[in-house]
Ligand binder design. Sequence first.
Ligand SMILES: [Zn+2]
Length: 304
Amino acid sequence: MKETVSFFIFLFFLSCSSEDTGVKLNNEPNDTIILPIVVHIIHSGEEVGDGSNISEYRVFEQIESLNNDFRKRKGTLGYNTHVLGVDTKIEFKLAEIDPQRQKTKGINRINSYDVTIKTDPDNPPLPFDLLPQYAYWNPEKYINIWVLKGPKDLFLGSSQFPYAKIPGLQNPLNTIGTGIFINTLHFGKSDIDSKINLGRTLTHEMGHFLGLEHLWGKKESSDCLEYDDYVKDTPPVGHSNTDCDNTELSCNGESSILIHNYMDYSPDACMNMFTKGQAERMRYVLENSTDRKSLATSNVINRY
Ligand SMILES: [Zn+2]
């Protein structure tokens, strides 16, 4: 597990391309887009359901929570009555067909001791160079989610941005793989002593995977208007929020900051919102990005 531990040393810095390309976004979501997911559980040889080899139920619960959030489902934590909050009409389903065209539940378990991770001593590896060495299903057909244990609250997850001509989108790093990494401790509902314990890390990282920046843009700044998330209906902020009771105003003083938005750092318990502008941006990426658009028609799930 040494390689796994060293993995957490490497943070995920992305270069910026914030030039406004003048791309016109689609205004109205229409049909629901359903995207296939494979969850690679990278464990340390425990029995299924123990430790890092998390149960199937925990995965099902996490995907349900992800869908509750993206679909703003009534009666769930993902519901909100905020004037800006919308149903993105994007949802997710665990893969039903694996790369060998056999039936699957979309959960792939890998004992980390069975895998020798190759690293180049001259070039520190990036997360998305290492993770595909455990397992990697065709990224044109599956959203690869790797679940791997790391230190609590220090490293929650990471995501690779898409390639898309869209204002303010950071360029993805040139790595072997694309996908999402989530720390096992913060994957799904868990009983850890943390404010990040209800599975919202995946909602946040999926936002990045589909082209959303943080509310404050590419970097926190004392100059509130220095950076932007390039979403028109999110009030400008210069920094993250970690408090469910924050009543701060946005930096133009016109409205409250969106502490309930999934693209902030708020505790899981108070996150419940994507805005219309964010939904449009994600749907634009899904319709136009060279490394995302095939997911919407991938033939590894039944669509209904
Ligand atoms: Zn983030």
